[in-house]
Design a protein around this ligand. Sequence first.
Ligand code: ADP
Ligand code: XUL
Length: 590
Amino acid sequence: MQYTLGFDLSTQQLKCVAVDENLQPAGEASVDFDADLPGYKTTKGVYISGETVCSPVAQWLEAFDLVLERLAATGLDLGLVTAISGSCQQHGAVFWGEDGSTLLASLDANQGNLVDQLAPTAFSRTTAPNWQDHSTGAQCQAMEAAVGGPQGMAQVTGSRAHLRFTGPQILKVIETEPAAYEATHAITLVSNFATSLLCGKLVPLEEADACGMNLYDIERREFSRPLLQLLEDQRTAPTGPSLLSKLLGEPVRVQGPGETPVCAGNVARYFTDRYGLSPSCRVYPFTGDNLATLCSLPLHGGDAMVSMGTSTTVLLCTREYCPSPSYHLFRHPVLPDHYMAMVCYCNGSLAREQIRDELNATKSIAPGDWEEFSAAVADDSLDTSDELAVYFPLGEIVPSIQATTARVRFDRATGQLTDHVASFPDRRHDAKAIVESQALSCRVRIAPLLTPQPGAFTTTVTASSGTTVSFDGEVRPLGDLLDRRPSRCFFVGGASRNTAIVRRFAAVLGPTAGAFRSENPNACAVGGCYKALWSWLRSSDPQGPDFAQFLDSSMPAGAVASVAGREDAAWDHYNHYIVALSNLERELCA
Ligand code: ADP
Ligand code: XUL
């Protein structure tokens, strides 16, 4: 038996999972930063100081040694590992000093552990910005202004400027820590930091994760020269290398059809000597966690994945490059000519929990119990057909809005809002309405990413040809939202255990090939394993199946369970809500 490893370097922990040749789990170990490495005094893996959120790089170094020690202690023979890849929190950046590259190359298992050998002098900054950082408002504004505002930035880099993205974060370092910046010889994302560590040499960025920087020109497939220049121009006394050189040149591209997947290198001697990994074990570029999650299931163009954790994230695999300020586009990490679209919401589970507990309180049921909530969500006879409500206990990303709650009634024929109400007849309506409106919001935002199929779907909506809807400032014909449906929808994350929620979401999204649930709690790490295994197989058979075909034929039975089929009538029922949602959001955002 041979194995592949998938690491997941997330905010709060480093995990490593092993799968065998049949994609069956073969081992697992993890390190929880707060609990296992208390010396760093992080809270949920980070340091928070006002709007600044960052993580100590040394903690990650210690975690790599500890997780491999723990994995070896499970009895898994690491000498049988053929390939490694993994997933990392996106957007963070590690700043390496002049000696970083030499120290990496001379790592020696007899000279102490990674933290002893690297932490003292390999880095020009001891911490890496974390994706929860909110401190780069000025930098985002400056960068967007240089490329034509949010639309212009989204067109070039796949996303409007975001506080957490690496470009604004680097610009902040240039402006506020010029000495540290000039002492920096290399900047890696967390993903190529991890790849570099395992290879014992600095390796370039991985292209899909590089799309989370607001610096990479996705269509040209190179760093945007105007954006690089904008950052260069802010250096007051440049002495060190250019930004492009610090970024280790252009990212490694996703290989094309028939090309051999790029291998970052063989695992460094330090790891073979210390943990018994084989010197022939290959390391394939790590990618971002959302991108790796996409690789954990056999998603094809038109399939969507809804991740229902604390927040809600919708991931979509698409062939169209149609950027928008509403969502993010990244190049797909393994499928050439495909993109991953991502819509992020703050108000997911916590907002549902609030309604759940309010409903339970009216029935003297203890908070925390989902039964009553779920029964309401599943109840087709509970008439919410002219009710629409948004529940944002936290400010929302899309629509971009402060915390608010709004309940309306609307005319199903026209979508006009007829009444604003303080409450619906009872709290069961809220339970159904929150799931409906959360799903509707996803539906209208992913529609532009799906391939139109004119005439393919029957609808009872009789809109005049001029009817338009507007979401996030983008106006489009209503018809554009009535002739596109996802093919399959996959639900993952904590709330996907709730069949009522998943079925209602699926009814609104209208997948033509059904809805499925995956209960794999290690989706990111497993996505990394699959990427490594496929890359390794493909390197000896360049004409072999592409990644999606590989997963289709290799996924173990039972990896996903069917939860709903195609439901045309339910989908059409929700077509009548679209104009009303557009009207409500327009009002709230005015
Ligand atoms: P994260 O990875 O963001 O920490 P998880 O994927 O573990 O989150 O999901 C946690 C969320 O799942 C909780 O906030 C909870 O509301 C939700 N959840 C868990 N079980 C259920 C359930 N049976 N019904 C609805 N929601 C649930
Ligand atoms: C994505 C993002 C988060 C992090 C979490 O844009 O910021 O999902 O990747 O690790």
